[in-house]
Design a protein around this ligand. Structure first.
Ligand SMILES: NC(=O)c1ccc[n+]([C@@H]2O[C@H](COP(=O)([O-])OP(=O)(O)OC[C@H]3O[C@@H](n4cnc5c(N)ncnc54)[C@H](OP(=O)(O)O)[C@@H]3O)[C@@H](O)[C@H]2O)c1
Length: 432
C-alpha cells in the first residue's frame, strides 16, 4: 500500500504481464467500503483463498533476536514484533510474564538493593528469570535481609545469582569499579538493566532546610542517577528505571528537597529518551508493607501492598511508557486540600496537551486560516494566476508544517527528498 510510485498501465505490463493492476485510493471511499473490504479480506484469509506470507513473531522485548534474525537473512515473509496490550490495566490478570522482561544471561544492578523496596524488586527479578542481580548499598545488609539472602543462595528454586556490592552510588570512582567488577567477574552476563532505588530522606519545612539536608537527598538520586547514566549510556541496556516519587508531581509538606531530587530523576529520563536511550521513571505512591513509608500516615495517598507495587513495576516495564505513577490517591483528602484547584488545572492541561500534538495544532491553524483563504480566492475572481498566487503559499505552509521544516520551502525542492511519505500526503490532502 503506497501513495508513491504509482505505475502506469504500460509500465506494469512491461514488469509483470501476468498481473492485474488497479489503483485504489482507499481514503476516497466511505468508511462503509473499508468495512466491506476488511470483512472480505477476513473471510478470504479464513477460507484460505488468501494465504498471508509466513511470519516469525518475536516479543518486542526480544527485539535484539528479531534484528539478528533479519541480519542473518534467515526469514521468509515477515518478521513481526508483538507489543503488550496498549490499554492494559494494572488490575487485568492477563498481564502476566509472557514477555521475556529479564534475561538469564544478563546482570541487573539495583541501587538501594538492600533497602525495603529494592530488596523486594531483587527477589522479584530473580523469580522472573534474571540471571544475576547485584544489590548495591553503602552499608552491609541488615540481619533480616542477610538471612533471606543466604536462604535464596542455598535454595534450589532460584537459578539466578544474587551478589552484594557495598559502596556509594553518588561516588563516580565506586561506580566505575562496580561496572568493571561486573565486566571482569561476570563476562558472559553483561549489564542489561539498572534499577536506581537508592534514596535518603531529610525532611523539614523550608525554613529548617539547610544546604546539607538538600545535599543529603540529592547525593544518591542526582549524583547517583547521573553516574549511572554516564556509565551505561554506551552499553546495550534494556531497562534504566529510576525510582522517583509522587512527591515530585504533587509536592508534599516538608519534602521540598525530596521533590527536587526526584524531579531531577524525572528530567533525566526525559533527557535519556531524547537520546534514544531506554529510560523509565516511576513516581511511586506509598508502599505500605516495606520501605521507609511502611506503616506511616501519608498526606493524600493510601498505602498499597508489595504485591501491587511489583505488579505496577511489571506493568511499567512492559508498557514501554516512560513516566508512570502508581499511586492510590485518597480522593476525598485531595479534594479538600489546598492542591485541589491547582490539580484540576494541571490535569486538564495534561489532557489537552495529549490532544494538541504538533500536527493537530498545525491542522487547527490551517483551519482557522481557511476563511481568509476563501475570501482571498473570491477576490481574485477568475484569474488563474491570481488564484495560484493565493493558494501557493497556503499549500507551502501546510507542507512545511507536515514536514516540520524550520525554513521556508524552496520552489523546486522535491517533496519526496524532504521526506513526504504516503501518510503525510493523505494528511495534506485532508488539510487541503
Ligand atoms: N517507600 C515508599 O513508599 C516510596 C515512595 C516513593 C518513592 N520511593 C523511592 O523508592 C526508593 C526506595 O525506597 P525505600 O522505601 O525502599 O527506601 P529505603 O528502605 O530507605 O531504601 C533506600 C536504600 O538506598 C540506599 N542508599 C542510600 N543512599 C545510597 C547511596 N549513596 N549509595 C548506595 N545506596 C544508597 C540505602 O542503603 P544504605 O544506607 O546502606 O546506603 C537504602 O537501603 C527510594 O529512592 C525512594 O525515594 C519510595
Amino acid at each position: 500500500m503506497s501513495k508513491l510510485h504509482i505505475l502506469e498501465d504500460n509500465e506494469v505490463k512491461k514488469l509483470r504481464p501476468d498481473v492485474a493492476y488497479k489503483v485504489e485510493d482507499l481514503s476516497s471511499h466511505p468508511d462503509q467500503y473499508m468495512k466491506i473490504l476488511f470483512k472480505e479480506l477476513d473471510s478470504r484469509l479464513r477460507d484460505k483463498t488468501f494465504v498471508p506470507p509466513p511470519q516469525r513473531v518475536f516479543d518486542v522485548v526480544d527485539i535484539r533476536s528479531a534484528i539478528r534474525y533479519l541480519q542473518e537473512a534467515k526469514h521468509i515473509g515477515k518478521v513481526v514484533l508483538k507489543y503488550p496490550e496498549p490499554n492494559a490495566q494494572l488490575h487485568n490478570s492477563h498481564i502476566s510474564l509472557t514477555f521475556k522482561l529479564l534475561s538469564a544471561s544478563a546482570t541487573y544492578v539495583i541501587t538501594g538493593g538492600c533497602g525495603g523496596i529494592g530488596f523486594e524488586v531483587g527477589k522479584w527479578m530473580l523469580k522472573n528469570g534474571a540471571g544475576h542481580v547485584v544489590l548495591v548499598g553503602r552499608r552491609s545488609p541488615e540481619c533480616r535481609v542477610m538471612r533471606e539472602i543466604e536462604q535464596i543462595r542455598s535454595s534450589s528454586e532460584t537459578e539466578g545469582v544474587l551478589s552484594i556490592s557495598q559502596g556509594d552510588i553518588g561516588d563516580m570512582s565506586y561506580c566505575e569499579k562496580l561496572f568493571s567488577w561486573i565486566e571482569t567477574k561476570w563476562p558472559t552476563m553483561p549489564v542489561r538493566g539498572v534499577i536506581h532505588a537508592a534514596g535518603v530522606l531529610a525532611d523539614g519545612v523550608i525554613p529548617n532546610q539547610t544546604p546539607e539536608s538538600f545535599l543529603t537527598t540529592q547525593h544518591p538520586k542526582v549524583r547517583g542517577g547521573w553516574n549511572l547514566h554516564q556509565l551505561t549510556k554506551d552499553i546495550n541496556l534494556e531497562h534504566f528505571v529510576v525510582f522517583s516519587s509522587v512527591v515530585a508531581l504533587l509536592g508534599s509538606p516538608g519534602q521540598s528537597n525530596h521533590a527536587l531530587a526526584n524531579a531531577f530523576l524525572d528530567g533525566l529520563v526525559n533527557y535519556r529518551q531524547s537520546l534514544g536511550l531506554p529510560a523509565t521513571t516511576i513516581n511511586w505512591g506509598q508502599w505500605g508493607e516495606t520501605g521507609v513509608a511502611a506503616g506511616k500516615v501519608v498526606n493524600m495517598v493510601k498505602p498499597f501492598s508489595t504485591k501491587a507495587g511489583l505488579k505496577a513495576l511489571e506493568y511499567s516495564l512492559k508498557s514501554g511508557v516512560s513516566h508512570v505513577s502508581p499511586v492510590d490517591i485518597d480522593i476525598d483528602a485531595l479534594g479538600n486540600s489546598m492542591l485541589a484547584p491547582w490539580l484540576t488545572t494541571y490535569l486538564e492541561n495534561i489532557m489537552n496537551s495529549g490532544r494538541n500534538t504538533r500536527r493537530n495544532s498545525n491542522v487547527s491553524k490551517w483551519e482557522s486560516d481557511s476563511d481568509s483563504l476563501w475570501y482571498k480566492l473570491k477576490v481574485c475572481g477568475d484569474s488563474n494566476e491570481g488564484r495560484y498566487g493565493v493558494a501557493k503559499p497556503y499549500v507551502a505552509r501546510i507542507i512545511e508544517g507536515l514536514l516540520k521544516l524550520d525554513d521556508e520551502l524552496l520552489p523546486n525542492e522535491s517533496l519526496q527528498d524532504l521526506g513526504l511519505d504516503s501518510l503525510m500526503m493523505i494528511e495534506m490532502k485532508n488539510a487541503l
